[in-house]
Design a protein around this ligand. Sequence first.
Ligand code: 5GP
Length: 190
Amino acid sequence: MELLEKRIISEGSILPGNVIKVGSFLNHQIDVKLLLEMGREVKRLFEGEKITKILTVEASGIAVATAFAAVMDTMVVFAKKHGTSNISGDIICCRTHSYTHNNDYNMVVEKKYLTGQDRILIVDDFLANGQALNSLVDIVRQSDAELVGCAVAIEKGFQHGGDKLRQKGIRVESLAIIDSIENGEIRFRK
Ligand code: 5GP
């Protein structure tokens, strides 16, 4: 999506470990109009698919998911992050690893929010190695709901998490895919 690519080029910065900082429109300050435009593009990409709910993970996925849900007229469920593995009750849980914080945590969703009537679109702001999306896929598979696919704002293609998910037969749509960062220059997949 050209609009998003232009914003990444003009406002993004690259931190050590190829972490991309887009705090001016996505991760700190939020350009809601841009996010709604991105939502319209995701709606177009998934035209013809019935989607009843969007699933994301706190914290940075929530803004993107909420904007997409406003356009697609769905509810949003966000997985909560818990440091403890000592969780019981009607809860679905998946252990995962945070790319940006370099620690392990549990993603937790109350089972009642993912029902047998639900068709789920997983949404996140970034896709790198794919740990977050794989865990969200795992949560959907543990529930009675059906997975439609995943929609991501920015995929870092050079970390191959997206390609591995696609190889497993999961539909992954990313609005901007960065294939390389060399000497500070960002190249997008065309
Ligand atoms: P993965 O689990 O695919 O390795 O990483 C995706 C998760 O880590 C996303 O939920 C996102 O919040 C965070 N993340 C990964 N790479 C980046 C990045 O370059 N910039 C930002 N801001 N977040 C990232």
